[in-house]
Design a protein. Structure first.
Length: 396
């Protein structure tokens, strides 16, 4: 009788009913790349906006992201050149805006840029109950709006306002599940999608990780751009590339916001700029640390709002979101997160404190905090059978 090693060395027999490279029924497995017709990327604006693709536009509030995309929309409705002089094909525009009024903000901004407003449609309410559109549930209504004006550009401002309430923006799997149908809509209709996202409150570090929510958001996009303030001129803004997965990165462009004759605001472009996204977001180390803790506090609130969670799971999700364990633990102390063991051999469970249950500035039961400083040591602590702990207190 052959031993185990000999059995493993024997090649696995292919069922006689399955010919090489085929499944039952004669259907071949996979797609031969020789049968795929190559297609060039159809750029709406080379390096920044592409037909059938998602572009993420990141930036802090007040820097003119919404004004910026209105400038782009206006150019597209009339086929006017892009800010760098590149040709722009004429097309309609669909806008989902949760923060600006149509009559007092969006329409005046479009007029200030000379847009053809007959080719712009805003989607504010859908369904029999006139609810605000939700991604991905209401994309059929958005697609109808795209068809109505022959849209070449879809603006979602900001993305987080349109994600389903059950979508955890910090969970990679959730955001990818929500954005996949949006990407499919873009590919199906040929519309270029621009989604606006605010930066998180953890300044410093690579610009790629500064966008709010999961890294999966920028991962789902083919292009990512960042708006930042020129560190040497507080009135000057810069549009810098973060990533371009489908081509070469374009140069950064500088601009200012100016008052238009109708009293609205518009963009005044100033040409190419040498600043990078990382340079735009560079901050002193002490401010970076404070901001990182604030962002980690928001992360904990989002993840624990639905109820207690295993500590190991929470730490793993934090790593995916770019939050260091040390930062997460400091945030947990500030947030008043409780830690307990349901059983002698079980792992630590993290949960938010009951409202009003945390005395500001006091530390309750400080010895209950798991004494580890990394995930591996936490896991080791979980297996020690330490006495069950009801809670830890924190300094707030």
């Amino acid at each position: 009788m052959a031993n185990a090693d000999e059995k493993m060395a024997q090649p696995r027999e292919r069922p006689s009913s399955l010919p090489d490279g085929h499944l039952r029924g004669g259907r071949p497995v996979g797609i031969l790349l020789s049968e795929v017709k190559p297609e060039a990327i159809d750029w709406r604006w080379r390096g920044r906006i592409a037909r059938g693709k998602i572009t993420v536009l990141d930036g802090d509030p007040g820097l003119g992201k919404s004004v910026l995309v209105i400038d782009w929309a206006s150019r597209m409705t009339r086929g006017l050149p892009w800010p760098d002089g590149a040709a722009c094909s004429s097309a309609g525009v669909v806008i989902l805006s949760a923060e600006d009024g149509l009559a007092d903000t969006i329409r005046p901004r479009l007029d200030a840029c000379g847009a053809d407003v007959t080719r712009v449609v805003a989607v504010q309410a859908v369904g029999d109950d006139d609810h605000s559109p939700v991604i991905p549930a209401d994309l059929a209504a958005v697609e109808a709006a795209i068809a109505r004006v022959g849209a070449g550009l879809l603006i979602v401002d900001p993305l987080m306002a349109y994600l389903d309430a059950n979508t955890n923006s910090y969970r990679d799997q959730d955001v990818r599940r929500a954005l996949r149908p949006l990407a499919e809509l873009a590919e199906r209709t040929g519309v270029a999608v621009v989604v606006i996202r605010h930066l998180n409150k953890a300044p410093g570090g690579p610009a790629m990780y500064r966008g709010g929510g999961s890294i999966g958001i920028i991962g789902a996009a083919r292009i990512a751009l960042l708006v930042g303030r020129d560190p040497d001129d507080e009135d000057r803004r810069v549009l810098a590339p973060l990533k371009v997965n489908i081509g070469l990165q374009p140069p950064a462009l500088a601009y200012r916001l100016e008052e238009a004759p109708n009293g609205s605001v518009r963009v005044a472009w100033e040409g190419e700029c040498s600043l990078t996204a990382d340079q735009l977001l560079a901050v002193p180390a002490d401010e970076e640390e404070r901001g990182a803790i604030v962002e980690a506090c928001e992360f904990l609130t989002d993840f624990l709002a639905a109820g207690p969670m295993a500590g190991k799971t929470l730490l793993a999700e934090a790593r995916k979101a770019g939050i260091a364990e040390r930062t997460l633990r400091r945030a947990a102390e500030r947030r008043g997160v409780r830690h307990r063991k349901p059983s002698m051999g079980g792992g630590w469970i993290w949960e938010l404190p009951a409202e009003g249950g945390q005395a500001r500035g006091k530390v309750a039961n400080p010895g209950a905090w798991p004494p580890s400083t990394d995930v591996g040591r936490l896991q080791a602590t979980d297996k020690t059978g330490a006495p069950e702990t009801a809670a830890t207190g924190v300094l707030i």
